[in-house]
Write a protein that binds this ligand. Structure first.
Ligand code: GDP
Ligand code: MG
Length: 164
């Protein structure tokens, strides 16, 4: 069967925007409200000659006691357990947050290959200096992308498929 790639990260970092850019249709829901994607959503994606299944998730808010957010965290954990490769998305506009570090810890425990992506790098010239702090997560080289502008997606996918 096809490899499974899960997209995880805090709410509002752009998981669904990336998912939709790669799935080529409006399969997932993108809103300004954090955490609107409450279900795992699947799409078939191809890159070069490799086919895989991508899972969007509702987002991980590590310490939330909120019932919806804790359900989303459980779903993200299920997606992580199901995945062969994990795309971990962060947001260059918000910078590195405590919640990102906690998600990184969760991913380290999974021992699965993680591709660290820094989204919302709409201009490489303007935002690249802010990408480097994500090395502090200790989970690999941060890959700058703009899901909304579809920048950097090819370089990101090259790294994803290198783990199959
Ligand atoms: P999710 O909660 O992680 O699934 O995040 P969404 O995909 O729903 O996106 C959250 C917000 O970030 C929306 O307002 C998106 O339009 C915005 N967004 C997503 N990707 C980008 C990007 O590459 N650049 C910018 N500037 N905004 C983005
Ligand atoms: Mg979403």
């Amino acid at each position: 069967s096809k490899p499974v790639v899960a997209v995880v990260g805090r709410p509002n970092v752009g998981k669904s925007t990336l998912f939709n850019a790669l799935a080529g249709g409006m399969i997932s829901i993108v809103k300004d409200t954090p955490g609107v994607t409450r279900d795992r959503i699947y799409a078939d994606v191809s890159w070069l000659d490799r086919d895989f299944t991508m899972i969007d998730t509702g987002g991980i808010e590590p310490d939330s006691k909120d019932i919806i957010l804790s359900q989303m965290r459980e779903q993200a954990q299920i997606a992580i357990d199901t995945a062969d490769v994990i795309i971990f998305i962060t947001d260059v506009r918000q910078g590195l947050t405590d919640a990102d570090s906690k998600v990184a810890d969760m991913l380290r425990r999974s021992a699965k290959p993680v591709v660290l992506v820094v989204n919302k790098v709409d201009s490489f010239e303007k935002f690249m200096p802010d990408v480097y702090e994500f090395y502090n997560l200790g989970i690999g080289d941060p890959i700058p992308i703009s899901a909304a502008s579809r920048l950097g997606l090819g370089d990101m996918l090259d790294v994803v498929i290198s783990h199959f």
